[in-house]
Write a protein that binds this ligand. Sequence first.
Ligand code: NAP
Ligand code: ZN
Length: 350
Amino acid sequence: MSKVPAYAAPSANAPLAPFTVARRDPGPHDVAIDIEFCGICHSDVHQARDEWGGSIFPMVPGHEILGRVRQVGAKVTKFKAGDRVGVGCLVDSCQDCDPCRRHKEQFCQKGGAFTYNGTEMDRKTPTYGGYSTSVVVSEAFVLKVPEGLDPAAAAPLLCAGITTYSPLKQWHCKPGDKVGVVGLGGLGHMAVKLAAAMGAEVTMLSTSRAKEADARRLGAHGFALTSDDAVFKKLAGHFDLMIDTVSAPHDLNREVGLLRPEGALVLVGAPPEPMPFSSFALIMGNKRMAGSLIGGLAETQEMLDFCAAKKVVSDVEVIPAQKVNEAYERMLKGDVRYRFVIDTASLKSA
Ligand code: NAP
Ligand code: ZN
């Protein structure tokens, strides 16, 4: 057992503060990782503030973990000390149920083990996330991060990357497809980059006029301001696929109107409150609405390899852990270009 520095939310309405977590000694199948960078996802804010309900405190958030292997257990075959690795939203699962056998560990019927705000599979030991200097994770839940990727900019691929890559793959995104991305934040900017890298014709739908130039730089071919009613007439029936990354309630009926017949709107944004929805919005045109949760381990590795081949990483603002509360406030104001990433060196020197 080793004790390592971290940043934790002590309760739902208190700011994050320095904390110490105990990490287990690596077992035969475990990989001990020195964390270099950890991205800040809006899900961290939802959970640290208990917006989804059921949060466990104290909570060390962070599921965009990037680092180097320090030590491996005797039976580990995939990794050795010094390898650059990542850990996303999962640190374990039963590996035996139907979804686990189909490499969809995120749907483990035994509930899986989320990287934080959960427990290990013993259902007793709390899990603590990546706002910390090290973590010990079962080999099967560690990803190989290609050396060519900048480590700080690659960290957000572990959640924002896979969460947007997976629906693009599920809905067979191909060159020429018209893809709309709703919300230009951490997930949204990855969705633009990935859809563009797959050859799609991408339109950014945003509430922020000031983000238009960025959207185009990130790879969007078009930009539409969702506060402008004319947009919903002009782009009616336009998209094959839309990926909605918005973190707060908004009008889904209008969004579905932008799909072509049989087109699909995939929700990845997870607002805490329900949103009203009219069946007619889908019925008129056999439209589809779906959700998508991160991705399995094999698909996450595929995404990392795709990003290395296409030279896709996140646009990041690297911050010390001491600025995490400020980063949460800025994220809530839409003031992030486009992912905050904690440099864990700030925890070692604190
Ligand atoms: P983020 O960086 O804060 O981006 C969210 C974006 O949504 C904002 O930049 C803003 O874009 C837009 N937005 C915010 N409030 C809005 C409102 N009231 N109306 C319309 N648009 C609004 O957050 P993120 O880290 O990308 O996460 C986005 C959501 O995805 C969160 O709810 C998070 O929990 C969820 N998530 C889901 C999964 C999954 O597996 N499904 C994984 C990770 C995260 P514009 O300024 O461009 O309008
Ligand atoms: Zn996330």
